[in-house]
Design a protein around this ligand. Structure first.
Ligand code: THU
Length: 139
């Protein structure tokens, strides 16, 4: 069966969505059981993935999005043009507050695609979900 993407989502997003789905499979979420995958695409077409990683303190848990951003930055990638976040929820899971801050600062202009396992997808911008941000322009 050929999956039809919503018209607003370019077909070039497909490999990035697949990468986020695959990353989600690697989530380490024994406490919440809530698995999240993220994938970023940079201006060179390189894809960086992340999954949420929980630990026994709970509080040191790292979200999928920040794992992906830090991986991209540490690999020398700075121009991220697309961010995909996937979780197994009917209402598409958006980035948490902490991740919105990091995504805004490091890839604020990227398009943001939320997706679930049932093939539901939505394209948003960081500006939409993170209005009136604090960032380095204030410092
Ligand atoms: N989580 C993410 O990975 N990204 C988000 O934006 C929302 C929350 C993870 C953190 C934790 O492991 C689990 O989902 C439940 O909060």
């Amino acid at each position: 069966m050929t999956k039809v993407l919503p018209t607003s989502i370019d077909s070039s997003a497909e490999p990035v969505i697949h990468a986020a789905l695959a990353a989600r499979e690697r989530a380490h979420a024994p406490f919440s059981k809530f698995r999240v995958g993220a994938a970023l695409e940079d201006d060179m077409g390189r894809i960086f993935t992340g999954c949420n990683i929980e630990n026994a303190t709970y509080g040191l848990t790292m979200c999928a999005e920040r794992v992906a951003v830090f991986k991209a930055l540490s690999e020398g990638s700075s121009k991220i043009r697309r961010v995909v976040v996937v979780a197994d929820t009917e209402v598409l899971t958006p980035p948490c507050g902490a991740c919105r801050q990091i995504l805004w600062e490091f890839c604020g202009q990227a398009e943001l695609i939320l997706a679930n396992l049932a093939g539901k997808q939505e394209k948003l911008s960081l500006k939409e979900i993170f209005p009136r941000p604090f960032d380095a322009s204030f410092l």
